[in-house]
Design a binder for this molecule. Structure first.
Ligand code: HEM
Length: 155
């Protein structure tokens, strides 16, 4: 549970979208609660400086992130007005390209997700399945090497 493997820039990342049973177990409100808690943890984390410091702006990102995850997990397509027909995976990589995300930042992000997930009460298999998605997909958000060189991913 909560295994993390290192990102190898340039290596193809295989990932599988979360099992619809995750959405069925949590429901829309359960996913919202999970994502709000996750972002509250992010706000206190070492990657807080990546995000808007203004509370209202931060809440907007929190809400967009929640809409994304509800859609991704098989719920209503709340994020479609934001991604505007672009493939969700491509859109996510593009959004993160505006930031210099290091492997260390990914590990901090995953640490916050682990903390939030560990508090919810659903079957371990469903958490593992969701974790496998974030663990793998987060590799595609890593775009900066320690020497500062930027890296652009293809799917
Ligand atoms: C599974 C991996 C990840 C997913 C699915 C994900 C998803 C998202 C989503 C949905 C948004 C909101 C985009 C919008 O504005 O519509 C977002 C924004 C953002 N994410 Fe991620 N994220 C992931 C990993 C990471 C990691 C590892 C970092 C590391 C720092 C990160 C940093 C950010 C930042 C800085 C923003 C934008 C904040 C702003 O708009 O000012 N994300 N992410």
């Amino acid at each position: 549970m909560y295994k993390v493997t290192p990102t190898e820039l340039g290596k193809k990342v295989d990932f599988k979208l979360p099992d619809p049973a995750f959405f069925e177990a949590l429901g829309e409100e359960g996913i919202r609660a999970l994502m709000y808690d996750f972002y509250d943890i992010i706000y206190e984390s070492d990657i807080a400086s990546f995000f808007p410091q203004d509370h209202e702006e931060f809440n907007e990102v929190k809400e967009k992130n929640t809409k994304f995850f509800i859609q991704l997990c098989g719920g209503p397509k709340y994020y479609e007005d934001i991604s505007q027909g672009t493939n969700l995976n491509d859109y996510m990589i593009k959004i993160h390209d505006d930031f210099s995300i290091y492997e260390k930042s990914r590990l901090e992000w995953l640490g916050a997700m682990k903390e939030a997930l560990s508090k919810i009460d659903i079957a371990k298999e469903l958490k593992d399945d969701f974790w496998n998605y974030v663990e793998a997909f987060s590799k595609l958000t890593v775009n900066t090497k320690v020497d500062g060189v930027k890296y652009y991913h293809d799917l």
